[in-house]
Design a protein around this ligand. Sequence first.
Ligand code: DX5
Ligand code: ZN
Length: 216
Amino acid sequence: APKPNIAPSMLSSDFACLADEAKRMVSCGADSLHMDIMDGHFVPNMTMGAPVIKSLRKHTDVFLDCHMMVSKPEQWVDDFAKSGASMYCFHVEATSDPSALIDQIHAAGMKAGMAVKPKTNVDVVFPVAHKLDQVLIMTVEPGFGGQKFMADCIPKVEILRQKYPNLDIQVDGGVGPENIDVAAAAGANVIVAGTSIFGAPSPKEAIATLRNSVLT
Ligand code: DX5
Ligand code: ZN
């Protein structure tokens, strides 16, 4: 089975101290950092674009997993590649040709991920699963941190894990100690958490707890 990967969502960090926050998460045991890119159009919120990734990249070598909540994912591939993004995870709902977009991302030198909103059927993954480096099953409606985990999204993880034993399956939204076992048992191995890590008395312990739940 694929390795556990704990990815703090930097949406919950202090953006004014992003480099320090990133280094703090790495020193607390993070495997990668989840960067929530929102364009104010695909979702009703705005965060950051490629210039911020470029600035952050100068301060750390950590894997930067960019979750692209944008309406035109084709438009930003080259900018993010040049900025030092490691993974470009687009939303299937935002493109008419996922297969071509995956090729474009790989040609630009990044890993390709595809994200699936809570109301989108998991079948959309099947035609392109073989060329994806990761599938992201959203467990909240994208747009904001701090929302409640939607357990009814978890059967999608189970279906994917059964079909694809080696695929990296990421869960994102409301994940914390109270529901990690459900997500892990279904087969999720890449765990995004914002509020439950940054809000914990010890982010280091919070990360360790998430990792131990994926292992067992
Ligand atoms: C929501 C984002 C998530 C979110 C996770 O649109 O994709 O990454 O920041 O934050 P929590 O863990 O607080 O739900
Ligand atoms: Zn996210």
